[in-house]
Design a protein around this ligand. Structure first.
Ligand code: NAD
Ligand code: LMR
Ligand code: MG
Length: 545
């Protein structure tokens, strides 16, 4: 059995057939590789051809995952060069399936696992990474309670952190050697996982309450102390925890909740673009959010803040926002309303005459009554935006903004291939998953991917280059505006957001806007005159050292 020298065994330093003769001599690789010395480009040609041989996205996912573990540079070379094609493989929607099968397919790991049963191990675990204080720019963690729209996946959710980090690097050139993926294993309430002998996580119910809060507190404080420059990204937590954690730490730690803040910002961009078409301001909008959890209420917050920036009072803005959840329109008389829904709950007297079917005021009735200009789906209720719903939106306003944002495919509220013809091309649409353009009456309708992936990579890069000590609302607004500025959607069929193929370029622009805002607000620890150039220079590119 050949024992590979470290330089060859380590995915970060491995060049495989690109090791030169001199390197092979220097590192004891003579005889361990075929004689050809290849370029990265040639290796990428071979790897791409191998990738193409797989017929399904999940097989392609595992091929790329193995490559990621073997040769990091070649993996990112492929991802950057084929970002549009590979994005749906390493990220949404394929990642949902990969997570479901994670324990069965487990081969090797790229993450740090922190268990609620051993909170005293947090520091040791981070130290075992071999990374020291100045070595880490970014940590993505998840407790996996609400993975995408597919629910609780316990330790299997590790791959959401890994996938988000891959997108950070491919999209914004975040140095992959300076990041850590973390799984916070607090147990799982997904009973099916316990029936599987191969399940790799803690085999008990989710720990909640004080013990959970103490564990998160220990994580935030230990990670921030050991890696003082790192941005702590929170992903796919349950609705109650997501908001609570963000509110608790956002003023004193460098934390970011992607599902609330990243999604809120990308929706702000999409709506800003849509308003270029309808030539209106935020304060003229009526918003219906269908699915008032982490993402939905995060969006309501950002859109209502935009209304207030245009001069409305908080009460006026609130009166233009309608939340619908499982029990229908959210009203103040509902028992046990979560605090994140209370802000927008309607007075039952105001809606007393609205049609109440099966004990709730449903989506269609709300649309008929409110005539919303914007309808957002973050419900995981697949195909909830029916033809009737879309037609009701079009009956209320000329160009409704309709954003079915639930991921992955099996959760989306409606597919653009239906919305476009149902609305006769009038609806302004974005989806969370990637979708092909929809041909309709001689026009190709391009659909922007309203996914936080268009925001968080650039936002993270902006935080890293400015060493901002926190993520402020104004930094999120700057990111959203910079993204919206990248498109002109006024021509029929144009997308509301830039295409994923432009993500590297767009992420640099977003990063520059975020860093400039951090500097303007005094939260940046470094300053620059030309943030765009600084962002571009800071990007890591997949090339061999
Ligand atoms: N496109 C993006 O960038 C993006 C970002 C974050 C989340 N999402 C998607 O949004 C969805 C929700 O994610 P989340 O993290 O907010 O989850 P969540 O569990 O916090 O929120 C979902 C909400 O929908 C409600 N709901 C469930 N069934 C419903 C129904 N039939 N009618 C009305 N409401 C219903 C739930 O009660 C809950 O309040 C997921 O599919 C996720 O993938 C998309
Ligand atoms: O991960 C994604 O694709 C977007 C979002 O964070 C989600 O939870 O759905
Ligand atoms: Mg998410």
């Amino acid at each position: 059995m050949v024992r590979k020298p470290e330089i060859y065994a380590n995915a970060f330093s491995n060049k495989e057939t690109a090791f030169t003769r001199a390197e092979r001599e220097q590192h004891g690789l003579i005889g361990l590789l075929p004689s050809a010395v290849e370029t990265l480009e040639l290796q990428a040609t071979r790897a791409y051809a191998q990738f193409k041989r797989f017929n399904s996205r999940i097989e392609q996912y595992f091929y790329l995952d193995a490559l990621h573990n073997r040769n990091e540079t070649l993996y990112y070379k492929l991802l950057v060069d084929h970002i549009q094609e590979m994005f749906p493989v390493v990220y949404d929607p394929t990642i949902g399936q990969a997570i479901k099968e994670w324990s069965q397919n487990y081969r090797s790991s790229r993450a740090v696992y922190l268990s609620i049963n051993n909170p005293e191990d947090i520091e040791t675990a981070f130290k075992n990474t071999g990374l020291s204080a100045q070595d880490v720019d970014l940590i993505v963690c998840s407790d996996a309670e609400q993975i995408l729209g597919i629910g609780d996946w316990g330790v299997n959710g590790t791959d959401i952190s890994v996938g988000k980090l891959a997108v950070y690097t491919a999209a914004a050139g975040i140095d992959p050697r300076r990041v850590i993926a973390v799984n916070l294993d607090v147990g799982t309430d997904n009973q099916d996982l316990f029936a599987d002998p191969l399940y790799l996580g803690n085999r008990h119910a989710r720990v909640r309450g004080q013990a959970y809060d103490d564990f998160i507190d220990a994580y935030v404080k230990t990670a921030s102390r050991l890696f003082p420059n790192a941005l702590l990204h929170f992903e796919d937590f349950g609705a109650g925890n997501a908001r609570r954690i963000l509110m608790k730490y956002r003023d004193s730690y460098r934390v970011f909740n992607d599902d609330m803040q990243g999604t809120g910002a990308v929706v702000m961009s999409a709506v800003t673009s849509g308003l270029k078409v309808t030539k209106q301001g935020f304060k003229e909008q009526r918003l219906v959010v269908y699915g008032a959890g982490t993402a939905g209420t995060g969006m309501a917050d950002q859109i209502s803040a935009a209304m207030q920036r245009e001069g409305l009072t908080r009460e006026q803005a609130k009166s233009l926002v309608y939340l619908i959840d499982k029990n229908g329109l959210v009203t103040t008389d509902m028992p046990n309303l979560p605090n994140y829904q209370q802000e927008y709950a309607r007075d039952p007297d105001e809606v007393a005459s609205w049609k109440n079917a099966e004990g709730k005021i449903g989506l269609l009735e709300v649309i008929n009554q409110v005539k919303p200009t914007i309808l957002i789906g973050t419900s995981t209720h697949h195909l909830a935006f029916t033809e009737q719903v879309v037609k009701a939106m079009c009956a209320g306003v000329e160009r409704p903004i309709i954003l079915p944002l639930s991921n992955p495919d099996e959760k989306i509220e409606a597919f653009p291939a239906d919305i476009i013809p149902w609305s006769e091309g009038k609806a302004l649409v974005c989806t969370g998953i990637p979708v092909d353009p929809v041909p309709y009456k001689g026009v190709d309708y391009h659909i922007g991917q309203g996914n936080n992936a268009l925001i968080y990579p650039g936002l993270g890069l902006g935080v890293i280059i400015s060493k901002a000590n926190k993520v402020t609302d104004a930094m999120l607004q700057a990111a959203a505006q910079a993204l919206a500025d990248q498109v002109n959607p006024t021509e029929l069929g144009h997308a509301l957001l830039p295409p994923v193929s432009r993500l590297r370029e767009v992420s640099a622009i977003v990063a520059a806007a975020v860093a400039a805002q951090a500097q303007a607000e005094g939260v940046a620890q470094v300053s620059a005159n030309d943030w765009l150039e600084t962002a571009k220079q800071a990007m890591w590119h997949p090339t061999y050292a």
